[in-house]
Write a protein that binds this ligand. Sequence first.
Ligand SMILES: [Zn+2]
Length: 415
Amino acid sequence: MSFDLVLRNARLAGAGGAPSSEGRRVDIGIDDGRIAALAPGLATSAEALDLAGRLVSPGLVETHLHLDKTCILERCRAEDGTLEEAVREVAAAKKGFTVEDVYARGQRTLERAILQGTTHIRTHVEIDPVIGFTGLDGIRQLARDYGWAVDSEICVFPQEGLLNYPGTEERLVQALNQGVKVLGAAPYCDTDPRGQIDRIFALAREFDVDIDMHLDLGSTPDEMHTEYVCDKTAEYGWGGRVAIGHVTRLSTVERSRFDAIARRLADAGVAVTVLPGTDLYLTGRQHEHSVPRGVVPAHRLLGAGVNCTIATNNVLNPFTPYGDASLIRQANLYANVCQVSRKSDLAECLAMITTRAARLMRLADYGIAVGKSADLVVLDCATEDAAIAELAVPLYVFKRGRRTVTRAPAELHRP
Ligand SMILES: [Zn+2]
């Protein structure tokens, strides 16, 4: 058989259970950018890379990352750590953004994400009368220039309000007319949050685009709109095309209501994205003790049939002053906070940054199967649960069969 490259002795993520036996090792034959064969001991003289039993996962999928406002910490005050401060400070900083500046900052974080094993990204870009298309133009160029390593999908959204901010909708419509495929929202930024949700659904239907909202941020179960979004999703027949991010208020809801909301989400086909870094940083700032954590226990939603993902949201800005764009680290953070203990639940954490995230983005050409695009990450571990528990390091990353990242394992120099 002829291949461009063979990855030998791989353990495959998604193969089920903890692959501890030798018999589960397979070779991955890659030809013309695609997975051409999956079998032990492929007979070929093609170039080979021996993985010595390491885990191969489909490339990591980041469903929620703001590349336009990354790396601005030195320009902002980030002291209160509240959502209000973050929105206010970024709104002020945005006035100084240029296309070149957006590109350069986005590039820093995008390259970090690629080095962490990410091969697909949905990036949220702000549109309003002040920023105009500056962020969008910078990120579109960045996405084109890095297409060799990552497929980027842009979601435009009104971070400073839609109904309260005249001129914003016209610009969102302009972006949708130019082919943007996902429409976001921030209903908490309007005095009439339901009014914003209504407009977003109407626009999504008009332009036939998916929806990805920032929803129900806060540390109490008051004024939640998750159920309303489920109703609108059902009304518009938009199941499988709507995601809601953060939903920190849901983490404060008592169990019986939580379970009822989980059933509504599952029935409507609304996915939930947990953003542990931001949710932990912003939630419960008014508390002096027993601070609520604001991280939705995604596993309870998964148990009810809801699709969930874990994502990064922000890197080095007033919403999240930390970050290295590592999805594995976010998944590990989530596992800590939500007290994930069973190995199968840890494996689900990996699924939430790979296969489940791909489902949220409706990626058809994804996964480890013959015929799929060879978008792969080799992790320095043998099992899916270990990938999360031990913060496994990505050693190699492949995009359409071409190696995009190599990281040498750290060496111990004994005396
Ligand atoms: Zn966000």
